[in-house]
Design a protein around this ligand. Structure first.
Ligand SMILES: [Zn+2]
Ligand SMILES: [Zn+2]
Length: 179
């Protein structure tokens, strides 16, 4: 159970699930194993470990899929964001690094599951690179930002925000003014 000021907070994309940890996550790592690839729908899972005693769900509940006899995968049932990997026999769970509100502080220190590592993994950093604005239509990017339903990277009293215009995101007031 988490009391007082949490060390870090996080949650899913839609905000139905929020969590807090009482101690700094340890062993930040990436796992290339085929089960993590499927569970995350990505080339690898980025995870860090937290003791169950230091982890608390502060909004909603984590849905779980038992991916094997000993492991459950936690996710948001509303939006599908992968959140945890939980071994039944462990005193800790692994939390998806990028589900934290400030994931940049959790730099991976190790990679595992390398038997399934994508053959192109090592080439990623050399690919041509662009910001969202550089890669997309600026009007479309602005429209996405103005109508985002993604929960912000901090705790909120209620989500989606109460009011007549709950269809739009945090910039709804600004968008209305330019309508
Ligand atoms: Zn969600
Ligand atoms: Zn894995």
């Amino acid at each position: 159970m988490v009391h007082g000021n949490p060390r870090m907070t996080g949650g899913c994309q839609c905000g139905a699930v929020r969590f807090a940890v009482q101690a700094d996550p340890v062993y930040p790592h990436i796992c290339h194993c085929r089960m993590c690839q499927k569970a995350f729908g990505g080339p690898f899972a980025a995870l860090a470990n937290v003791r169950h005693a230091d982890f608390a769900v502060t909004r909603g509940r984590i849905a779980r899929f038992r991916s094997s006899q000993t492991v459950q995968r936690g996710f948001c049932a509303d939006c599908g964001t992968p959140l945890t990997c939980e071994d039944d026999d462990s005193d800790h769970l692994s939390v998806a690094i990028c589900s934290f509100d400030d994931p940049g502080t959790l730099a991976p220190e190790r990679q595992i599951g390398t038997e399934s590592r994508m053959p192109w993994f090592a080439t990623l950093d050399g690919l041509p690179a662009a910001t969202s604005e550089q890669a997309g239509n600026p009007d479309e990017i602005a429209a996405i930002r103005a109508t985002s339903h993604q929960h912000p990277d901090h705790d909120t009293q209620a989500w989606p925000p109460a009011g007549p215009d709950t269809e739009a995101g945090p910039d709804a007031e600004a968008a209305k003014e330019t309508r």
